[in-house]
Design a protein around this ligand. Structure first.
Ligand code: C2O
Length: 531
């Protein structure tokens, strides 16, 4: 038994236009506590609708309902919706497609057809039984709910895209996998990327792409090859050998079928990057994207920064409770951290309600702007007592307060504590500029000079290179409590989470309003799965 939305996997596609108000009634007929998050939606003036479990609301309990209602403004492209409860995102997700207001064109030639492509991970067990330590290996990968001919049992269940020679298609690609970055490639065809994370890009031609969990790419595909059949494949990107979920050993395929192709012809193969090829290929694709300057919703990068943060991110250890066995390194639990803090979820009330009602004891306002000590972040190894201490982060519900409209810069430094794998960082409520990516330790003199302040890509989710860094900037123009976390679902319970509280602006219009009267309340029923 798997939980689904309206009985389908992936769940239903939501189609809206920019400027619309989206209203979604969630009727929880499952046995799980759930919330639904609108991944990448700005939620301007609607922070209670973000659906971040225990951050902006308590979960919707079984046999209960909640209605999400919010405006979608200032963004167009492909996003996704998903459950924001650990593991449940595996099957509770779908596309959220935002088209321009009626009468407004795309900033690229109008495609003949639009095709959502959703990548997923599948497990053969009940989802609550997944062991999260370390991240669980999946039994299959799916494209639009179908595993295709990589697995004997699903040979005849492969997603097929029928195309007409000469026509151009807009692929709306979503990586809804729980824990794996995925390469995507079409045999013998290039694609032109026109948007990432629902932010328009300078058209970028590529033969391969990479998406972290939570990222989306819109790309134009022209059927410009001889009439025939061509594989469209995905394969996991393994950025570190330890910990990362091991792939089943081959690519997962879907098929492009040209009109008039003989059904007996054998499809053209697409070879995906692997081994030593993988990291450079992923880095090239991620770092080559630039924003469409002058396009819809583009705003120049603010030069003045109000808040500077240097945040070390990575995996560490949490002591194993007595009389239990732990599967992590050194016989401990795996913990995640930012600046050596493991985020602990509030349990009795959502963080945003605690903030709004001024309830003390739920969180502390002391998240540090720097790690507690300097060390060789990317090449961490234990040499001293304090190095060893860095492996055991402090567990705390601490937040970072931001002034309304302040410009925030975050240098996220990946660490080699335990494993220098790539982590996809996702910010709720805002897009950020990605000013630069690099490997090794961020150098404030050498690297700051190379940042792109002209046409940097915009994202809500960015993959931090393994043993490397990214520099992000955003404007905190939306009061409320906003998560910034690793979008590998297994890393949520590890606590690779930060929360920003953006303070009120000067007017009621720019202030956090009271929650809707029917916002779910927390009551803890031990028979309900929650994580
Ligand atoms: Cu797509 Cu906080 O998640």
């Amino acid at each position: 038994m798997i939980p689904t939305v309206n009985g389908s996997l992936p769940g239903p596609t939501i189609n809206v236009r920019e400027g619309d108000t989206l209203v979604v009634h969630v009727i929880n007929n499952s046995t799980y506590n759930i919330t639904i998050h609108w991944h990448g939606v700005f939620q301007l003036k609607s922070p209670w609708m973000d659906g971040a479990n225990m951050i902006t609301q308590c979960p919707i309990q079984p046999r209960n309902n909640f209605t999400y209602r919010f405006d979608i403004t200032g963004q167009e492209g492909t996003l996704l919706w998903h459950a924001h409860v650990v593991n449940l995102r595996a099957t509770l997700h779908g596309a959220l497609i935002i088209r321009p207001r009626s009468g407004r064109p795309y900033p690229f030639p109008k495609p003949y057809k639009e095709v959502p492509l959703i990548f997923e991970q599948w497990w053969d067990v009940n989802i609550e039984l997944l062991n999260l330590q370390p991240a669980p290996i999946c039994d299959a990968y799916l494209i639009n709910g179908l595993a295709g001919d990589s697995y004997p049992c699903s040979k005849n269940r492969m997603f097929k895209l029928k195309v007409v020679q000469g026509k151009t298609y807009l692929l709306r690609i979503i990586n809804a996998a729980l824990n794996t970055h995925l390469f995507f490639k079409i045999a013998d065809h290039n694609v032109t990327v026109v948007s990432v994370d629902a932010a328009y890009t300078t058209p970028y031609v590529s033969d391969v792409m990479i998406l972290t969990p939570g990222q989306t790419v819109d790309a134009l595909l022209t059927a410009d090859q001889p009439i025939g059949m061509y594989y469209m494949s995905i394969s996991p990107y393994i950025s570190a050998n330890s910990l990362a979920p091991v792939p089943p050993g081959h690519d997962i395929r879907s098929l492009i079928v040209y009109e008039g192709a003989k059904s007996t012809s054998s499809p053209s193969m697409s070879l995906l990057p692997s081994g030593t090829n993988a990291i450079p290929t992923a880095h090239r694709f991620s770092s080559n994207i630039t924003s469409l300057v002058g396009g819809p919703y583009w705003t120049p990068v603010p030069y003045h920064v109000d808040e500077n943060m240097f945040v070390t991110m990575g995996l560490g250890l949490d002591p194993c409770p007595p009389e239990t066995t732990c599967n992590g390194p050194l016989g401990q639990h795996i913990a995640g951290s930012f600046n050596n803090r493991t985020f602990v979820m509030p349990e009795t009330i959502s963080l945003q309600e605690a903030y709004f009602y001024n309830i003390s004891g739920v969180y502390t306002d002391d998240f540090p702007d720097q790690p507690p000590m300097k060390f060789d972040y990317a090449n961490f190894s234990v040499r001293t007592e304090s190095d060893y201490e860095m492996m055991f982060p402090e567990r705390k519900t601490s937040i970072k307060t931001l002034k309304f409209n302040s410009t925030v810069e975050i240098i996220v430094q990946n660490t080699g504590i335990i494993s220098p794998e790539s982590h996809p960082m996702h910010l709720h409520g805002f897009n950020f500029y990605v000013l630069g990516y690099g490997f090794g330790n961020y150098d404030p003199i050498r690297d700051a000079r190379k940042l792109n302040l002209v046409n940097p890509q915009m994202h809500n989710t960015v993959g931090v290179p393994p043993g490397g860094w990214v520099v992000l900037r955003f404007i905190a123009n939306n009061p409320g409590a906003w998560m910034f976390h690793c979008h590998m679902d297994a890393h949520l319970p590890y606590g690779i989470i930060m929360v920003f509280i953006v303070e009120n602006g000067p007017t009621p219009e720019t202030s956090l309003q009271p929650p809707p009267s029917n916002l779910p309340q927390c009551t803890h029923d031990p028979t309900i799965y929650e994580s």
